[in-house]
Write a protein that binds this ligand. Structure first.
Ligand SMILES: [Zn+2]
Length: 130
């Protein structure tokens, strides 16, 4: 699955219309959100609303509650927190190419690699491209 297949194109223009000051204030987060619009607070809130009003459980007041504790963390902070919690990062996967090894080239691989690099930690998975 490519990144384009994973993303929902309708969200791509939303942040481009944001006021310049907001863009400057949250530049890093906005850049990340533009790449992954289904990882935005707006998407999570909208999806929660769908669960609340569009499912039997939601109508009965027992809707599934979406938790997204990593939503506002950078990749670097996620890597640091995962390491602190002793998450078996060698079992995690970020690549969108679906090969035997992570490709090392796709956007998601590059974000992951940068996260480990900025955290000063070695990524325990193997990549096709060094
Ligand atoms: Zn990849």
């Amino acid at each position: 699955m490519s990144l384009q297949e994973h993303c929902i194109p309708i969200d791509r223009g939303v942040h481009r219309r944001e006021p310049r000051s907001l863009f400057d204030l949250h530049r890093r987060e906005l850049r990340r959100f533009q790449r992954y619009p289904d990882c935005t607070p707006q998407f999570i809130e909208a999806f929660q609303r769908v669960l609340d009003v569009g499912t039997k459980a939601g109508i009965e007041g027992r809707a599934i509650k979406i938790e997204a504790p990593l939503l506002r963390l950078s990749k670097t902070d996620i890597v640091r927190e995962a390491t602190r919690l002793k998450v078996p990062l060698e079992l995690t996967w970020s690549c969108y190419e679906g090969g035997e090894k992570a490709c090392g080239r796709c956007d998601s691989c590059q974000l992951r690699r940068r996260g480990f690099s900025e955290a000063g930690l070695k990524d325990p998975i193997e990549y096709e491209v060094k």
